[in-house]
Design a protein around this ligand. Structure first.
Ligand code: SAH
Ligand code: SF4
Length: 376
């Protein structure tokens, strides 16, 4: 399963250099790569035949070598509060999720909403955090860069279908892309950084690097590697426990990279990039929502000048964890406030559409598994 080899690679996995090399290998001129990119990312071609400034021969040759969209939308679920979830099917029949989050406080001229797209980086996840739906059935495979970019294009198409004419279709008003869907992005380092390059490049989707966030469960060596990457993207760390004792009980990754190793890597990243990192902290009742954890978290955040994003836990079917009540959430946040730590409490969105990462896809996989069983 892990060794997914598509019949044809997706052109959406290529950067300008690799595409030019591929074209030269096909006996074509390398500079055509720029034109292909323009068709893909500026003129929104969704098949090679539409690239009418290229010769028929080249279009046919491209279609012979590459696929274009390696995923298709099979379901869109809307929730009242500005959350919409897309279920996508990959070429090998696996499912991934992409979530469109709209906040109403955006620029009026831009249609009044700020839109964030949450993309998946793997099918399933190997890290098995105890509270998370994505890891429940283990890891299936890494996504190719083109499968990550396809999530952005399909979401942009979906938004454009709904709001025809409001904005250009290239990103359809998507302001931010966050790697907070299924999977651990830094465990799929090469494909994720290639996707980031395509998102950011002038020849690609042209999204500012500060509008791209990678969220990680804390792979210290890869955080150090990312610190050396010149793209100025944002980093979010899923902390969820402010001591090894608490973090270790809910995040197995903490055994490999305990806080004494993780926090210096985060500090190195912050120093190299000269900007605040974010610590994400899910509040789970009776697990990590005590005031002693808040105190310890405040110390860590102060030391690293980091922002803290408190996320009231989103219950997952089949898991015992609960969200603390609002008073406990406020008491926890109060400790951060007193310590002058920059923080936010994330509003809960989309509970009714299985918005916590991995849940919709898990249900679909299990339905499919059950259907397969029924057929046998
Ligand atoms: N693997 C990466 C990115 C994907 S998870 C990471 O762990 O950071 C994105 C965020 O969603 C993480 O902070 C994760 O801890 C959080 N998350 C997972 N399950 C959740 C749930 N049930 N409720 C709220 N947040 C959850
Ligand atoms: Fe994987 Fe992140 Fe979920 Fe942990 S929280 S299981 S690392 S997706």
């Amino acid at each position: 399963m892990a060794l997914f080899k598509p019949e044809k690679p997706s052109v959406l996995s290529e950067n300008l250099t690799t595409l030019a090399d591929r074209l030269k290998g096909m006996g074509e001129q390398g500079f055509r790569a720029k034109q292909v990119m323009e068709w893909l990312y500026k003129k929104n071609a969704r098949n090679f035949a539409a690239m009418t400034s290229l010769s028929t021969k080249l279009r046919e040759a491209l279609a012979g070598q590459f696929s274009l969209l390696p995923a298709k939308k099979i379901l869109a679920k809307q929730a009242g509060e500005g959350t919409e979830k897309l279920l996508l099917e990959l070429e090998d029949g696996l499912y991934i999720e992409t979530v469109i989050l709209s906040a109403p406080d955006g620029d009026e001229a831009e249609g009044g909403a700020r839109m964030t797209l949450c993309v998946s980086s793997q099918v399933g996840c190997a890290y098995g955090c105890k509270f998370c739906a994505s890891g429940l059935d283990g890891w299936k495979r890494n996504l190719e860069a083109g499968e990550i970019i396809a999530q952005v294009l399909l979401a942009a198409d979906h938004i454009a279908e709904k709001k025809a004419g409001l904005r250009s279709r290239t990103l359809s008003g998507i302001d931010n892309v966050v790697f907070m869907g299924m999977g651990e992005p830094l465990a799929n380092y090469e494909n994720v950084t290639r996707a980031v390059e395509i998102l950011n490049a002038d020849w690609g989707l042209g999204l500012g690097a500060r509008r791209i966030t990678i969220s990680t469960s804390g792979l210290a060596p890869q955080i150090l590697k990312l610190a050396e990457n010149p793209i100025q993207l944002r980093l979010a760390i899923s902390l969820h426990g402010a001591t090894d004792e608490v973090r270790g009980t809910i995040m197995p990754v903490n055994k490999r990279f305990p806080l004494a190793e993780l926090l210096p890597a985060v500090a190195a990243f912050a120093e190299k990039h000269g900007r605040m990192v974010t610590f994400e902290f899910i509040l789970i009742e009776g697990v990590n929502d005590g005031l002693d954890q808040a105190e310890a978290l405040a110390k860590i955040a102060q030391k690293l000048h980091a922002h803290v994003n408190l996320i009231p836990y989103n219950p997952v079917e089949g898991l015992p964890w609960k969200r603390p009540n609002i008073l406990r959430q406020r008491a926890f946040a109060g400790v951060l406030k007193k310590a002058n730590v920059s923080h936010t409490i994330r509003r809960q969105k989309g509970d009714d559409i299985d918005a916590a990462c991995g849940q919709l896809r898990l249900r679909k996989e299990r339905e499919k598994g059950n259907a397969d069983l029924a057929l046998n």
